[in-house]
Design a protein around this ligand. Sequence first.
Ligand code: NAD
Length: 320
Amino acid sequence: MGGNVSVAQPLAVVADPLDKEAVAELSRHARVADATSGKEALERDLPSAQALLVRSRTKVDAAMISRGEKLTVIGRAGVGVDNIDVAAATKRGIPVVNAPAAATTSVAELVVGLLVAVARDLGSQVPSLKKGEWKKAGNGLELAGRTVGFIGYGRIAREAGNRLKAFGMKVQAYDPYLTKSPDGAPLLSLEELLASSQVVSLHTPLTPETKNLLNAGNLSRLPKGAIVLNVARGGLVDEAALLAALESGHLAGAGLDVFEEEPPKNAQLLAHPKVVVTPHIGASTHEAQARAGSVTVEQVLKVLRGETPEYCVNPEARRT
Ligand code: NAD
């Protein structure tokens, strides 16, 4: 009898490591194929799967979607769906669901951490002392009284802004899709924002419009001694231009969690003494991963049951 029940259950392929509790919940309603070991397992299970769940590691391109002949839903345990060919999924009538707010707090906290690390030169100070040196350089910066300009003023930027206000920073933003400020922070043009922000922090999705948004021209509009933060997507900053602006002394530093290519190949930028880098860990906290897993599983199960998911990035997709 048990066999009949499992045959009736849909097959869900989990291609990237997800929160254990979330996978346990998924397995109460579906047969779960663990394909986290790599391509072979994914190739084997995908053709018979109704659901595919990924984080950011697995690239779900059009070819992969076409091999998933029975797919009725793709779940992305996180917010950015740039690793999924959403257009190809839509064409097949496959909803792509995600967990857009799961990592907001974690990423906002990393913005604060990176900014403090850059302002106080922790990228050099910490390894120096660990090597046994004692170099008390007095060249740090205080955040209080400085202005942070957010490019893209959505969930993460606003949460980061709230935290930085507690440091005594002034918050302003550029976001052409907002008709009015959600919280009183002044909305400026990009030119005005760049000219008047000692810290600029990127928080837009990566699209053709935002690719290389911080290029050499826009970096040169920042005041001398400004700090650039990017915890959104690598392609938003022209890395060669960023390195040049750091080397010329125009920028005081940069904090980067994301890179044009990941893992990054730009050794000069990574090694630059004024750059603090982390390996795309914005969402890598227990809390964010637990939230991302549970919300994504809930959304996937809704689609499998024929219900309407709240977080669907292509609501125009019609199930076939
Ligand atoms: P969100 O959708 O809440 O906010 C994005 C904002 O960008 C929106 O307000 C939108 O109007 C604005 N925007 C879009 N195009 C713009 C443009 N051309 N110029 C200026 N603003 C523009 O998204 P969020 O949850 O705040 O996430 C923001 C970014 O953070 C995304 O790129 C996401 O992929 C990234 N992210 C990174 C990590 C990480 O691990 N480092 C984790 C989660 C999210």
